[in-house]
Ligand binder design. Structure first.
Ligand code: ADP
Ligand code: MG
Length: 615
């Protein structure tokens, strides 16, 4: 048999490598910025168009490349950064694989201009799909400028897989933050579609964080400093009272490289234990310096996962260092979180499966008791369709004609309903509702007992309400007598601008979204004035998280976030009137059975099931 093994041609090998190195425009941004830093630049410019799909350009003032180096830099495993395996254990640079430029050039149109200090003129190279298509001499400042256009032009499947421009821009911004944060001494500029979104002057760590995340950071940061034989820890943690519902402002850097480490994250969270609520996350910006030979960054091509030799010791040091900082800076436990507990999100519910309610008997409940709440509350339930509610009665025999049904919808138009039914029927029709363990609302239906999960049911109701308002723009706004001033950072402002129209539709009014300080002049009827800041913060966080991984519409995303943040919680006491409203509004929904997060909203325990318990 003939030999069948062949070496892959370079351009094919490069494309395969690109699959690992370049997942999306943000990966290109990371590689180009890291190269610029390795080149000793003092000023770096990042220019993006259309979420990086049209253009990603990085301009630096670093050492530049000679003609030979420029051509070589696009070859695979061509690197100036290591020359022997031994060097791998003493990495001072970000790059070392010599793979990035070769990979990028295999799947995009690349344009490079570069000049070293001792050359009068620079070199201009154009490369398309790994081939050099032109080479000229060019007058250019010292340093390197690389433009990457039409990313994935030759891999349509990958190109189609890219998310919207905003989502890609968000990933790029994340990479930009990570790089900018470890190099406060380097000046950075970031332009998106022609406008400057970041202008970061050369400074120190603390100020860099403030420049990146907004001036509100100024008062939140507590310094962390510890030097041991194993590790030097420096950086900042955010005061516990600013812990957020979202992950986001959490950064670990090991030897000046952004890393992800769930294990070390846990160490930080453990240090905050008792100081923050269990469903919030502390903000931190921590820089770990370890002996380069005790850390292996080679285990993943995108290099954010690392392996430390002695993780357990690191964990312990980190935890005690942070506790120490929290104590030293007198960050006392914050018990009053200064916000409406009604706005707390039971995140844990997302993970739990549908709950089969345990029926416990409330000895005080008397279904025959006349409740005043049965009278009309004037909030107009009867105008809404009660189709869903009606369905509960389908196929249950003929006892219920429409006339009777109308009295079961608890807010009856009939004032004399109490006298309409006697004997056995009375039970079904006269039963009100009651609340079980501040979690369920229980009512009687023909087939047995209806048990509604109050939080999920309310989420469903609000979800449909907001979805309707966002699309038909009918939200009722309550004007604030004194506009409320809230501060947001650039990224949050960006999100606010993106969702402004939808927010306006549901009743929010803003004076302007150009400055960090935003004046809110109106809010939806539902939102209490004291909770506006919290609601907007969480809305932005939910939106950033949800929009990044899901592909659902903006309206749906927002309606979900709003419903989650505004729905009544487990633990909230509902008065009789609210219970009735909840029941009626739930069954006026288009999809009453599931919460917007696909959890069961109610269940019916049949009379048969109850009977069985007595056998
Ligand atoms: P690596 O960074 O792993 O060495 P790259 O493919 O990213 O591999 O880059 C290959 C080589 O090209 C680098 O080692 C460096 O010598 C050179 N190079 C890349 N970008 C720049 C730049 N902006 N300025 C100067 N040299 C650069
Ligand atoms: Mg590199």
């Amino acid at each position: 048999m003939a030999d069948i093994i062949k070496l892959l041609p370079d351009h094919v090998a490069n494309q395969i490598a690109a699959g690992e190195v370049v997942q999306r425009p943000a990966s290109v941004v990371k590689e180009l910025m890291e190269n610029a830093i390795d080149a000793g630049s003092t000023s770096i410019k990042l220019i993006i168009k259309d979420g990086g799909k049209t253009l990603i350009q990085v301009v630096d003032d670093g050492v530049g490349m000679s003609e030979t180096d420029a051509r070589l830099s696009f070859e695979r495993h061509a690197t100036s950064k290591i020359s022997s395996a031994q060097d791998l254990f003493n990495l001072e640079t970000k790059g070392f694989r010599g793979e990035a430029l070769a990979s990028i050039a295999a799947i995009a149109h690349v344009d490079m201009q570069t000049r070293t200090a001792d050359n009068e003129v620079g070199i201009h190279l154009k490369i398309e799909g790994s081939k050099i298509v032109s080479q000229d001499v060019v007058a250019t400042p010292k340093g390197t400028s690389i433009s990457v256009k039409n990313l994935f032009f030759n891999i349509p499947a990958r190109r189609n897989f890219l998310k919207s421009n905003q989502v890609e821009l968000r990933h790029i911004t994340d990479e930009f933050h990570r790089v900018a944060m470890v190099h406060p001494d380097i000046e950075f500029h970031f332009y998106n579609n022609g406008s400057e979104i970041f202008n970061l002057p050369s400074t120190k760590h603390r100020q860099r964080i403030v420049h990146v995340f907004g001036s509100k950071m100024e008062h939140r940061l507590v310094p962390v400093n510890e030097e041991t034989e194993v590790v030097k820890v420096s950086g900042f943690i955010c005061k516990p009272e600013f812990a957020k519902k979202s992950r986001g402002e959490q950064f670990f850097f090991a030897n000046n490289r952004y890393i992800k480490s769930p294990y070390l994250h846990h160490a930080v969270v453990a240090a905050f234990e008792g100081l923050i609520k269990s469903d919030t996350y502390p903000g931190y910006f921590l820089f770990l310096d370890v002996d380069p030979s005790s850390i292996d960054i080679n285990i993943h091509p995108t290099k954010t996962e690392v392996k430390f030799d002695d993780e357990n010791t690191l964990y312990a040091i980190l935890r005690s260092t942070i506790k120490h900082s929290l104590g030293q800076f007198n960050v006392a436990p914050v018990l009053d979180f200064d916000h409406d507990p009604n706005l707390d999100t039971p995140y844990s519910y997302k993970e739990k499966g549908a709950v089969i309610p345990k029926v416990t008997v409330d000895a005080t409940f008397n279904p025959f008791q006349e409740t005043s709440a049965r009278k009309s509350t004037g909030s107009g339930f009867h105008k809404q369709s009660t189709k869903g509610w009606e369905d509960l009665y389908e196929g249950l025999g003929n006892q219920n004609d429409n006339h009777e049904f109308s009295s079961v919808v608890i807010e009856s138009e009939s004032e004399e309903q109490g006298t309409l039914y006697t004997g056995q029927d009375a039970e079904e029709h006269m039963a009100g509702t009651f609340q079980l363990r501040r979690k369920y609302v229980v009512s009687t239906v023909k087939s047995g007992m209806l048990v509604i999960h109050q939080n999920r049911a309310h989420e469903r109701i609000l979800f449909e309400k907001f979805l309707g308002e966002i699309t038909v723009k009918e939200g009722v706004s309550q004007q604030l007598l004194f506009p409320l001033e809230l501060t947001f950072n650039k990224q949050e402002l960006g999100v606010l601008k993106e969702i402004k129209e939808s927010l306006t539709n549901i009743g929010f009014a803003f004076q302007s979204l150009e400055e960090e300080t935003v004046k809110v002049t109106g809010v939806p009827m539902m939102v209490p004035e004291s909770g506006i800041g919290t609601v907007l913060d969480r809305l932005i966080a939910d939106y950033m998280e949800g929009y990044a991984d899901g592909s659902i519409s903006q309206a749906e995303m927002l309606a979900k976030a709003l419903s989650r943040n505004l729905a009544v919680r487990t633990g909230d006491v509902l008065d009789q009137e609210s219970q009735l409203t909840l029941v009626n509004n739930l069954f006026a929904c288009k999809e009453p059975t599931l919460s917007p997060f696909q959890k069961i909203t109610y269940t019916i325990i049949s009379e048969g099931d109850i009977d069985k318990k007595f056998n």
